[in-house]
Design a protein around this ligand. Structure first.
Ligand SMILES: [Zn+2]
Length: 135
C-alpha cells in the first residue's frame, strides 16, 4: 500500500516522486514500476532521510563514495547508492561529501596560473631592420 494511494503525500513532498511504500519489515521502501517485483523478492531500495547521521556519516554515503566508488564521480556513486538506497536530493549530498573529501580534493586539484608580467619595451617596439649594423 503506497502513501500516495492514501493521499498522505502531497505533490510538493520530495518523496512524492519516489512513490514510497512500507514493507513487511517496517522499512520505508522506494516504489515505482518495479515495486511489485521488489515486494515479491523482499528486495529493493530502502528510503533514507538525507540529513540523518546514518545516511551522511561514514556508514552509507561516505563508505559508498570512498570504498565502493573509489572516489569516482558523483554519478557513479549515485548509481551505486540507488541500487540499495533511495535518498532524496542525493546529488547535492554527494557534492558536499566530495568537496569535503581530501582524496577527491587532491585528485581534482586545479593548478593556479601565474599572471605573467608585461613584456619589456625593447621586445614590443619594432627594432632596426635586419643587416642595419654590419661589419
Ligand atoms: Zn573522495
Amino acid at each position: 500500500m503506497t502513501f500516495i494511494a492514501k493521499n498522505r503525500l502531497t505533490r510538493r513532498s520530495e518523496l512524492y516522486r519516489l512513490e514510497p511504500y512500507m514493507s513487511e519489515h517496517g522499512l520505508m521502501m522506494v516504489g515505482g514500476r518495479l515495486h511489485r517485483e521488489w515486494a515479491a523478492t523482499h528486495d529493493g531500495p530502502i528510503l533514507l532521510p538525507r540529513d540523518h547521521p546514518v545516511t551522511t556519516g561514514t556508514l552509507i554515503v561516505r563508505e559508498t563514495h570512498a570504498v565502493h566508488a573509489e572516489h569516482s564521480g558523483r554519478e557513479h556513486t549515485f548509481s551505486l547508492l540507488r541500487q540499495n538506497f533511495g535518498i532524496p536530493k542525493c546529488r547535492g549530498l554527494l557534492d558536499k561529501i566530495s568537496k569535503a573529501c581530501t582524496v577527491c580534493r587532491r585528485n581534482n586539484w586545479v593548478s593556479m596560473h601565474q599572471r605573467e608580467a608585461l613584456l619589456p619595451a625593447d621586445r614590443t617596439c619594432p627594432g632596426k631592420p635586419a643587416f642595419a649594423f654590419t661589419g
